[in-house]
Design a protein around this ligand. Structure first.
Ligand SMILES: *Cc1c(COP(=O)(O)O)cnc(C)c1O
Length: 339
């Protein structure tokens, strides 16, 4: 089976497993797990931020960030495709008692102008108080579209001017960096919070790191505990994250090449209506009206390809560490036969 369902399906490599077995661990709720401490400090340093917090999932890092940057009755501004809104189980409303203003960006990418237009008047009791803007990079539902830092900078300036916090859902930030050529180190000064997933393209089995100021992370650590995310000898998992940061960033470009190769074949298939531009490792395409998406997923499964539907008439393929060049060639042969 060639598994294009998600970049979360990867299994630890032998090198990663060896690193996990060799990890020095302690009780991280006591602050005594040196491998977790190393991962948090290392990730923070990479992004030019003060501190980090290792969490079980990207949902938790995002939700903790939102809780840390808002008060109940506040309003968050983000794109209508945002993972924090669509795929975190309504957690914003549940955890933070905040509302959300959704913008209609370009494949999930919003601009300072769009945000400014939607800001509520300050001091008018009718309106919720805007306190936070959330960006996603890359944008999952945008088909892996990405922001460059040049595009983020005006949003940062607007947030500063208006007293808004700025959080980045960077589940696939390293894919964005691989595609844009920007440097992680330059990200820190634009954002109050950054969530980095280790379990997506980087290939770790579990975990995300929330980055922020020392003050933010001290508070975030309390929220993590309340949510039940305080893990004990978590160094075994953190070791996988450290290994991933050291060994699996450079290779992300291969995933992008593979995605483009597959897209080039898909576009010629008679039942494919259109395909979103492929900027990173995600391919989203729309089927002609006569083709049923669930049926196609079944047909492909029968041929040895796993993928998922992504809304009506839409299919998503994601390339990742466990999809080898050989598998891509095989998948291309299978797809070409469907023409
Ligand atoms: C996967 C993902 C997350 C975090 O998901 P978890 O499964 O909770 O780790 C957050 N944002 C985006 C855009 C994602 O794709």
């Amino acid at each position: 089976m060639i598994d294009f369902r998600s970049d979360t399906v990867t299994k630890p490599t032998e090198g990663m497993l060896a690193a996990m077995f060799a990890a020095k661990v302690g009780d991280d709720v006591f602050g005594e797990d040196e491998t977790v401490n190393t991962l948090e400090a290392k990730t923070a340093a990479m992004f030019g931020m003060e501190a980090g917090l290792f969490c079980p999932s990207g949902t938790m890092t995002n939700q903790i960030a939102i809780k840390s940057f808002t008060q109940p009755l506040d309003e968050i501004i983000t794109d209508q495709t945002a993972h924090v809104y669509r795929y975190e189980g309504g957690g914003i409303m549940f955890n933070s008692a905040a509302s959300v203003r959704l913008l209609n960006g370009d494949r999930g990418r919003i601009t300072a102008e769009m945000i400014e237009e939607e800001l509520n008047p300050v001091g008018n009791v009718h309106h919720p108080h805007n306190s936070l803007v959330v960006l996603e990079n890359t944008v999952n539902r945008g088909g892996g579209s990405f922001y460059t830092l040049d595009q983020i900078e005006p949003i940062y300036h607007l947030c500063k001017l208006k007293g808004l916090k700025l959080h980045l859902d960077g589940a696939r930030i390293f894919n964005a960096l691989a595609a844009s050529g920007d440097h992680a180190k330059d990200y820190g000064r634009f954002f109050d919070g950054i969530s980095v997933c280790l379990s997506k393209g980087l290939g770790a089995p579990v975990g995300s790191v929330l980055l922020g100021s020392k003050e933010t992370i001290t508070y975030a650590r309390r929220v993590r505990k309340v949510l039940g995310g305080g893990m004990r000898q978590a160094g075994f998992l953190a070791a996988a994250g450290i290994y991933a940061l050291d060994h699996h960033i450079e290779r992300l470009k291969e995933d992008h090449v593979h995605a483009q190769q597959i897209a080039d074949v898909l576009i010629d298939l008679p039942f494919v209506k259109q395909i979103l531009p492929v900027d990173t490792n995600i391919i989203i395409f729309e089927l002609e009206d006569h083709k049923n998406a669930d049926h196609l997923v079944e047909e492909l499964k029968h041929e040895g390809i796993l993928c998922g539907t992504f809304g009506k008439q839409m299919i998503r393929f994601v390339t990742h560490l466990d999809v080898t060049e050989e598998m891509v060639h095989k998948a291309i042969d299978i797809l070409k036969k469907m023409a």
